[in-house]
Write a protein that binds this ligand. Sequence first.
Ligand code: ATP
Length: 456
Amino acid sequence: MDKIVALCKRRGLIFPASEIYGGIANTYDYGHYGVLLKRNVVDAWWDAMLQERDDVVALDSAIIQHPKTWESSGHLAGFTDPLVDCKTCKRRFRADHLAEARENPDSQPEIRCGKRPSKLPGETEECELTEPREFNLMFETAIGPIQGGGQRVFLRPETAQGIFLDFKTVLTFVRRKPPFGIAQVGKSFRNEITPGNFIFRTLEFEQMEMEFFVPPDQADEWYDHWKQARFEWYVELGLRADHLRLRDHDADELSHYSSATADVEYLFPIGWSELEGIANRGDFDLKAHAAGSGKAIEVVEQDGTRYVPHVIEPAAGVGRSVLAFLADAYDEEDLGDGDIRTVLRLHPRLAPVKVAILPLVKKDGQPELAAEVQALLKKRMQTEYDEGGSIGKRYRRQDEIGTPWCVTIDHQSLEDRTVTLRDRDSLAQERIAIDDLGELLSGRLAGPWSSPKSAG
Ligand code: ATP
């Protein structure tokens, strides 16, 4: 994890927020390449939900909703974590995380109680934990100009509730009956207390959530469908299948709204952890908002029969996915003689920059031809021009941000309008005609790809 954090900082992908003030807990900013990577992850998700299907529509609902939303949804009463304080090491933990760490000592070392060196050499003082207290994770704020007197509202802890509130409205324009889904990407906020683990758990985070509304008798079938579809999405984007697994929740793990949940788990540097949850929420949410608002939320069939649809929800985190893609892609390749190449073997579709254009020297018309090549490619894909430093250093820089291809313009290019195309993973170099480059790279970008990293 330290190596990924260092690379993200070094290359400006992701770094601590408010750093000039010493940072703020569990909060990160995304720089240029981080924004591009994150955008590619979100685009791939939208493509899988919208472009590649015709039974899902998009929504962008508000972050601050009517406060009754959270009363009805159960979040006000039940969206809590059990917290314990350690009187020895003075840290605060989630009781469920500590229990998990006790059961599985190899899991997430950050969530284990720290203890303290005792006054006796070689010994540690035992931890002394307080009784667990329930702590609500929602951030509160107020609407209105009077300090302390405004209307108490909450920053949404999940995007899903906005979808349930709008279900009836969407139903009127979607021109179809269940099964269909409503998808949304947006920020959610949780007052998380577990520190560390980089962007795995942050106070504000983007979620990619889709609520799939189905006739009750189809719920099981769609639940299985979405478990499988979401697992495969990660594999298609290059995560190694042996670092991914689907884990069904035990009955005592289920959230207050869920009748069945499975997690897509990834083998993060901190151990196997949740990447995405797929839940069968039943009719809990629609019924809760119908009761809370006094308005019927149902589907009326042509023959007049009415029912409350059941909901299957795949809920993923953008930041957590970015972390998984980075962890899976990070590689150090030994090129011999102590030469280690750090390379992000990202799926080309996710790579922040697809192609770097590099004139070998800063003279003899090479920069001008390189600019021409860039103009040719930039309408098709994200490009970057770089003429600073030795060609070897420039290649390594692109390797570290995961650029799958580099195009080098040299003296021969001026004579015969060909360039060298270097492949990030194989390091193979081919001579390609400038006029063929666009088609060739677009084809490779759209084509299949699998991680050349060995398993393990
Ligand atoms: P966890 O058990 O890790 O706290 P959760 O089960 O509460 O997660 P969900 O409510 O199912 O999470 O949220 C769906 C997804 O949103 C998670 O799988 C994760 O990818 C993401 N997510 C949830 N909380 C956070 C957070 N604090 N920071 C980053 N991503 C998060």
